[in-house]
Design a protein around this ligand. Structure first.
Ligand SMILES: Nc1ncnc2c1ncn2[C@@H]1O[C@H](COP(=O)(O)OP(=O)(O)OP(=O)(O)O)[C@@H](O)[C@H]1O
Length: 557
């Protein structure tokens, strides 16, 4: 495909406003692209190489300005280019403003310039090959080489071509084509259901490949694409959520500790290990412990998802920043290794021995994972419908120095790159409330001799009275119940069946997930999912939180 035709299409696309028109125009471009289709499918998003590719252009803006200046002619310097850029703010526009064709033949830097003027037959494939060679240039003199290659390209560009070449090189394509638009355009161009294209993109992460397979082999070909060890896929992501949300959505909840480390995808082909970061960069060299651990313990080819955590000498977790230090100082791995130890906590398994598990339910994937590695390297997954148990796991996670918990739909498949509702991250209560206990209920059965459920209140200045906010029964051990009963019994004012009325004397610190407006309690608010955190022995009821603070917190949520 002529680069001029690509540039013309890019200009058309840029001029479209509506998403459907953009998709339609991109689909046309894909149909016209011929053998250049895989390249065009990336260029149109401003990408030269596939997202997972190790090859990066890695060219500083200054080199691009220099190349443009050289192509523009002897009177133009890189500084001039930069000054113009400061005025217009778009490198494409700056590049398009020079008349490269008119300058041709001045050619002391003639690389690649020989053939032409405007309308030169520069093809998309040639642009790609040149950029690939440029990305490969290493060592001393490589920057000069890069400038020369780029100069050669600009020198053959019309003004429209220069506009999109400059933007492509500096990763500033910005013609309004995102991943979703390319996905939809592939589906439209080759008449394939969007879901098939989407799935193929998830497993390959390669827009060029998917576009080509869609055209050549249709839906069946796309369905035949699979995960490949060594080709990272995007990580499944989480939304913020609460235990109450999870219990409302699903019959049961898969609960895991949320480790505070760095996300990694571990690829093992049976012999060697590749470790990729959340944005799919190869971080194998920075994490030799992970490589050694996998080599020593994993017997089958597999793709695992997990977190690397930094630990101290006792194996206690260290803050996330420690891991970042490892990534930053990757040239000093051996020394850093002495300073900051890292360990893998795998929590998912995407592929084992040639079998893709993306469509298997979480519980099955986790079982497969548990079969592959020693328990120490695998997250513990508890499936439960019990709010108390979730609270206990959260307490244990925080106690062990971790960030909180993850709540996962046990039935859910693995969706790469999706921040959906099947994974919820629950971080600990940011705010807590100190509330006065104004009532309680006697327990039942084994707990009949203990006060069990506690009514929580805050002082309302206007009403000059305590108003109720909710009842807490979660987060309390049997032992604590005995102590609390002993503490509160002397303050019982009256009793009606199971329910007791208490004088204001004891203050509880409680966590909660949300404050909702609600007619259920006399304050007009209700705490969602309140949890007992402790008795504030150090506080009198007068020092407890007031309705005013509750109102403020409710507003700021
Ligand atoms: N057991 C676990 N299961 C899934 N993710 C976990 C687990 N433990 C720790 N994590 C980390 O938590 C992240 C989930 O939150 P999210 O997808 O929003 O990522 P994030 O944007 O990096 O958020 P955060 O800053 O909260 O980690 C994962 O990317 C992973 O790095």
């Amino acid at each position: 495909m002529q680069f001029e035709a690509f540039a013309a299409a890019a200009a058309d696309i840029e001029a479209e406003a509506a998403d459907t028109d953009i998709v339609a125009r991109v689909a046309d471009l894909f149909r016209e692209a011929g053998p250049a289709l895989p390249i065009v499918a990336r260029f149109v998003q401003g990408r030269v190489f596939p997202a997972y590719s190790e090859t990066k252009l890695d060219i500083g803006p200054n080199y691009c300005y220099e190349a443009i200046a050289r192509a523009a002619g002897q009177n133009v310097s890189a500084d001039d280019v930069e000054t113009r850029l400061a005025d217009v703010g778009d490198i494409g526009e700056v590049a398009a403003s020079y008349d490269f064709g008119g300058q041709r033949g001045l050619g002391a830097f003639g690389a690649g310039a020989g053939s032409g003027g405007n309308g030169d037959d520069l093809t998309v494939e040639e642009v790609y090959e040149e950029l690939e060679s440029l990305a490969g240039a290493e060592g001393s003199g490589s920057q000069d080489e890069k400038i020369t290659v780029l100069f050669g390209l600009f020198n053959r560009c019309s003004s429209q071509e220069a506009r999109y070449l400059a933007r492509l090189v500096l990763s500033e394509m910005r013609i309004g084509v995102g991943e979703g638009a390319v996905r939809d355009a592939i589906a439209q161009a080759f008449d394939i259901p969007v879901e098939s294209v989407e799935r193929a993109l998830q497993v390959t992460n390669d827009y060029g490949l998917v576009a080509e397979v869609a055209r050549e082999e249709g839906e069946d070909g796309l369905d035949d694409l699979h995960l490949e060890v060594g080709r990272p896929v995007q990580a499944m992501l989480a939304q913020a959520g609460t235990a109450a949300d999870a219990l409302e959505e699903w019959d049961e909840v898969g609960v895991e500790w949320k480790y505070d480390g760095a996300r990694v995808q571990v690829h093992f082909d049976g012999e060697s290990v590749g470790v990729y970061s959340r944005n799919m960069e190869d971080v194998t060299a920075a994490l030799p412990e992970v490589v050694e651990y996998i080599e020593a313990h994993l017997d089958e080819p597999a793709i695992l998802d997990g977190e690397v955590v930094a630990v101290d000498d006792e194996g206690e977790p260290l803050p996330f920043q420690e891991i970042l230090r490892r990534f930053r100082r990757k040239h000093e791995v051996e020394r850093m290794r002495e300073e900051v130890k890292v360990e893998l906590r795998a929590f998912d398994c995407l592929h084992v021995s040639g079998e893709d598990l993306l469509d298997a339910p979480l519980v099955e994937r986790h079982n497969r994972l548990a079969d592959l590695l020693p328990a120490e390297a695998v997250s513990e997954l508890t499936v439960t419908d019990d709010a108390e148990e979730i609270a206990r796991i959260e307490d244990a996670a925080l106690e062990a120095g971790h960030e909180g918990i993850m709540l996962k739909n046990p039935e859910s498949t693995y969706s790469p790159g999706k921040r959906g509702k099947n994974w919820l991250k629950r971080k600990p209560d940011v705010e807590t409330l100190d509330l006065v206990v104004t009532g309680a209920e006697w327990g039942e059965g084994r707990r009949a001799n203990f006060l069990g459920t506690f009514l929580l209140s805050a002082w309302d200045d206007d009403a000059e009275a305590y108003v109720t906010l909710g009842k807490v029964a979660t987060g309390i051990t049997d032992e604590q119940l005995a102590d609390l009963t002993e503490l509160l019994e002397p303050h019982i004012r009256s009793q009606d069946g199971q329910e007791v009325d208490l004088e204001s004397a004891v203050v509880f610190e409680v966590g909660y997930e949300e404050i909702q407006e609600s007619p259920t309690y006399s304050s007009g608010y209700a705490l969602r999912f309140p949890r007992f955190l402790g008795v504030r022995d150090d506080k009198d009821p007068d020092d407890a939180d007031t309705l005013e603070r509750v109102e403020r917190l409710a507003e700021s949520q």
